[in-house]
Design a protein around this ligand. Structure first.
Ligand code: SF4
Length: 309
C-alpha cells in the first residue's frame, strides 16, 4: 500500500481511493446514503488503519449495500444480525477496526435484541445507524422510528405505533458512546465519526438520512434549517434548552436525547455520551490470560448433568 502511494518511508499514506471499491453504488439518485458513504470513505484514511485491518458489517436494507462499496473486509449479514456477527469478529480479532452499518428497521426492529446486547456488553464496534424513518428496500413500510400516524402502504390509515427514540434506547442499553449527525453535514459527521473511532468500546451513531423516494423531507427541519440545530459541546450550554452538556453524565445525556424539534424547536447533534469502561474483548481476553491454557474442554462438556439415552 505504501509503495502504491509512492511512500518510500514504509508508513502508508492512505487516501479515499484505498477505501473505495470497484462497485458502482446502486442507491436511488439523491439518496442520503451517498453523502454518508463519501464522508466515511473520505474520513477513513486519517485513522491510518489499513483497509485490510478494517471490517464493515451490515444487515439487510438499503444501508446493507454499504459493505460492497468499502474496499475493506466486509460481511453482508442477515437481517438485524450485524451486531451479533460483529461481536464475534471484534472479540476474536481485537486488533481489527470493526464497523457496523445498519438502518432503523434492521437495527431497531428485526435486530433490536442484538443491538441492545452489543451495546450493554460494550463490544468494541462502531455502529452507524442510518435513520430514514421508513423501510426503503421493501418499498416504504413504516419503521420503528416512523412517527405515529405515518401513512404508508402497510398503514393506510396511519401507524398507531409509538416510535423509538434511538438515542434514548441506546443510552438505556448502557451504551458508552452515543452520538447523532446528519447525512448532509459532512464536516460535523466527520467530527462525530472521528470521536466514535477513537472510542474504545461500543459506539452508537444515529445519522439522519433522507430517503428521497419513500420518506422525502423527513429531516428537512434540521437538514435545511441550520438554526434548528444545536451542536453539543462538552461543558457548554446546549443552546436554549437549559441543559449544560456533560458527556460523562448519564442524566444529562438522556435529557438531551429527549430534546426534539417538537418539544424544543431544536435538535441536538454531536456526542451525547462518552464514558470509559472495559470493553467486551478486553474482559474476555483477561479471562483467557487468567486461564493460562489450563482446562479440559472435553471433560467440561461431559461433566455435570449428562445422561445416556
Ligand atoms: Fe435510499 Fe430510500 Fe432509495 Fe433506499 S429506497 S436507496 S433509502 S432513497
Amino acid at each position: 500500500m505504501a509503495e502504491e502511494n509512492g511512500d518510500v518511508s514504509g508508513v502508508a499514506t492512505l487516501t479515499k481511493k484505498d477505501f473505495t471499491s470497484d462497485q458502482e453504488p446502486r442507491w436511488c439518485p439523491g439518496c442520503g446514503d451517498y453523502a454518508i458513504l463519501a464522508a466515511v470513505q473520505g474520513f477513513m484514511p486519517e485513522l491510518g488503519i489499513e483497509p485490510h485491518n478494517t471490517v464493515f458489517i451490515s444487515g439487510i436494507g438499503c444501508s446493507g449495500r454499504f459493505t460492497y462499496y468499502m474496499d475493506t473486509y466486509g460481511f453482508h449479514g442477515i437481517h438485524g444480525r450485524a451486531p451479533a456477527i460483529a461481536t464475534g469478529v471484534a472479540t476474536a480479532n481485537p486488533d481489527l477496526h470493526v464497523w457496523v452499518v445498519t438502518g432503523d428497521g434492521d437495527a431497531l426492529s428485526i435486530g433490536g435484541n442484538h443491538l441492545i446486547h452489543a451495546l450493554r456488553r460494550n463490544v468494541n464496534i462502531k455502529i452507524l445507524m442510518f435513520n430514514n424513518q421508513i423501510y426503503g428496500l421493501t418499498k416504504g413500510q413504516y419503521s420503528p422510528t416512523s412517527e405515529q400516524g405515518k401513512v404508508t402502504g402497510s398503514t393506510p390509515a396511519g401507524s398507531v405505533d409509538y416510535p423509538f427514540n434511538p438515542l434514548s434506547l441506546a443510552l438505556g442499553a448502557e451504551a458508552t458512546f452515543v452520538a447523532r449527525a446528519i447525512d448532509t453535514d459532512r464536516a460535523h459527521l466527520t467530527t462525530v465519526l472521528r470521536a466514535a473511532a477513537e472510542h474504545r468500546g461500543s459506539a452508537f451513531v444515529e445519522i439522519f438520512q433522507n430517503c428521497n423516494i419513500y420518506n422525502d423531507g423527513a429531516f428537512d427541519f434540521v437538514r435545511d434549517e441550520k438554526e434548528n440545530r444545536v451542536y453539543l459541546e462538552h461543558g457548554q450550554p446546549a443552546g436554549d434548552t437549559g441543559i449544560v452538556h456533560v458527556e460523562t453524565d448519564f442524566a444529562t445525556a438522556f435529557a438531551l436525547s429527549r430534546v426534539t424539534f417538537e418539544t424544543h424547536g431544536v435538535v441536538p447533534l454531536g456526542v451525547f455520551r462518552e464514558i470509559q469502561r472495559d470493553s467486551y474483548d478486553e474482559l474476555v481476553q483477561a479471562q483467557l490470560d487468567n486461564a493460562k491454557g489450563e482446562g479440559d474442554l472435553q471433560a467440561l462438556v461431559a461433566s455435570g448433568d449428562t445422561w445416556v439415552i
